[in-house]
Design a protein around this ligand. Structure first.
Ligand code: SF4
Ligand code: SF4
Length: 490
């Protein structure tokens, strides 16, 4: 067994006397221990198509993550989730908590994208874009640059303390901590203006919450990517547990072609392996050595497999070296493996009903979100009836109802709001009917409506508030109507 294989699984011989007649021909059994000491994994570096894609995604996701908070949009940060002011700024959009529906739509889109990608190609998210994978990849890269590749790292860890070891370990941890701190700082920069945060950071004026979140996120990154690594995927991430519900026999997964590879065994490069009765697997164990979760793909699909394709990349290089066809370990489906399908036949099964259903729902929700954003009004109004006095008679024999209106200006310029109400003959708005609300601010105002005493029957009458938004000295920007009721007492 390779030292990197799962230590919880051991094949042990069993005494013939203990075997039942059904087991008589099998003298081994697998003992799975539930409690085993963690064995550090030293993934070997790998190059190939899937490694290339993973690094491409590391770059894309990290350029976006680290770069986005520094982008300016007009006079403000382009993307800022200002929790204190309850405003979310996303490029040209200023969203209020009342715009929660957009967040819901984004969550639905994310969920269906995950269902779709998983149904098509298994754990694509885990293998290529999950922050745990991305940061582990970055931290591993630093580790390799400082301590060397797998064998050098194993030797270094096994050796006694020396000046060289101390230097390498310190150096690595300092670089890791630097990346982790920068990650924590960037994360908080999405919630507080990052330029101000930078100034506060260097002058020691950060608020206690900012300090807490910068260090919390930094420590989480340092711990998860530097130490926990595959354990997060194996023991903490719930996604690994429910992924099988999204898989079917046409889902692309990283698979070992057992029919072609077995019986495995070492051989000389010049030997005819078929004449030797061997399959294509040269049993070099490189697929195990590159695996970030330390499993052996030749044992079949395992929940620990994050679908990163590292074993497929390394096996292709081995096949190339020994002069065999590539693809002994490859992305394929259970149906394709069982039926010996060609690549075209396999890809044709991608467009199956569940994939089409996920795609359809995804397209619909995305379209609805885009349309809704396109026709979104630059302001919102909430009408709340005054609960202290439902209705009262005031001087002049008028019935008065009082309302509180929250006017939210989602535009990046000050707007005037002209108010009126209608729904019952004789209804009059007797308070200020032109309100100025500064850019991206919201304002509560008290509004009183009067109705002559005998103008309507006692009871509740539906009414509408009409709100017109306009810029100082300019035309109306947009209009809005909000429903409410006017109560006439008996
Ligand atoms: S890398 Fe390929 S050839 Fe080597 S042990 Fe793994 S499956 Fe066999
Ligand atoms: S078995 Fe292969 S695809 Fe799965 S995690 Fe290991 S290296 Fe990645």
């Amino acid at each position: 067994m390779d030292s990197q294989e799962n230590p919880s699984r051991k094949v042990v011989p069993i005494a013939p006397v203990a075997a039942t007649s059904a087991e008589a021909g099998d003298s081994t059994q697998e003992v799975i221990s539930l409690y085993v000491a963690h064995q550090k994994i030293y993934p070997r570096s790998v190059q190939g198509l899937f490694a290339y894609w993973r690094w491409a995604l590391v770059f894309i996701t990290q350029i976006i993550f680290y770069g986005l908070p520094w982008l300016e949009w007009g006079q403000r940060q382009a993307v800022l989730f200002d929790l204190g002011a309850r405003r979310f700024y996303i490029f040209g959009f200023v969203l209020y908590p009342q715009d929660f529906i957009y967040l819901t739509a984004i969550l639905v889109i994310s969920a269906f994208s995950l269902f779709l990608f998983t149904a098509v190609a298994g754990r694509l998210w885990c293998g290529y874009a999950c922050p745990q994978t991305v940061y582990s990849e970055i931290f591993l890269w630093v580790e390799r640059k400082i301590e060397g590749d797998r064998t050098a790292r194993m030797k270094l860890d096994a050796s006694g303390m020396s000046l060289e070891k101390l230097f390498k370990k310190w150096y690595k941890h300092i670089v890791w901590l630097g990346i982790a701190m920068w990650t924590g700082f960037t994360f908080v920069g999405y919630f507080t203006p990052i330029r101000d945060l930078g100034m506060e950071f260097f002058t020691g004026n950060m608020s206690s919450w900012e300090v807490f979140w910068v260090f919390f996120y930094a420590l989480a990154t340092y711990g998860n990517a530097g130490f926990m690594r595959e354990q997060v995927c194996k023991y903490m991430c719930p996604y690994a547990r429910f992924q099988s519900a999204m898989f079917d026999k046409d889902t692309l997964i990283v698979t070992y072609d057992e029919a072609r590879g077995e019986p495995r065994g070492a051989r000389s490069k010049k030997a005819d392996h078929k004449a030797l009765g061997l399959g294509a697997c040269v049993d070099c164990s490189l697929c195990v050595q590159v695996c970030p979760t330390g499993i052996d793909i030749r044992k079949g699909l395992q929940y620990e497999c994050i679908g990163c394709g590292a074993c497929a990349d390394v096996c292709d290089t081995v096949m190339e070296k020994v002069g065999y066809a590539k693809g002994l370990v490859k992305y394929s489906t259970q149906n394709a493996m069982a039926g010996g399908w060609s690549r075209e036949q396999t890809w044709r099964r991608v467009l199956r009903p569940r994939v089409l259903l996920y795609t359809g729902i995804l397209a619909l929700v995305t379209l609805a979100l885009m349309l809704s954003l396109a026709v979104r009004k630059p302001f919102k109004v909430d009408v709340v009836r005054d609960r202290a006095a439902l209705a009262r008679i005031v001087s002049g024999g008028q019935i008065e109802n009082v309302y509180r209106l929250q006017i939210m200006n989602a535009a990046e310029k000050p707007l005037h709001f002209k108010l009126s109400a209608e729904g019952v003959q004789g209804l009059q708005l007797v308070t200020e009917n032109d309100v100025l609300v500064p850019a991206t601010e919201s304002r509560w105002i008290s509004v009183r409506l009067h109705l002559p005493y005998d103008a309507a029957q006692p009871g509740s009458h539906p009414i509408h508030f009409h709100i017109q938004a306009y810029e100082e000295g300019k035309e109306v920007v947009d209009t809005l109507s909000e429903k409410s009721v006017f109560l006439v007492p008996r």
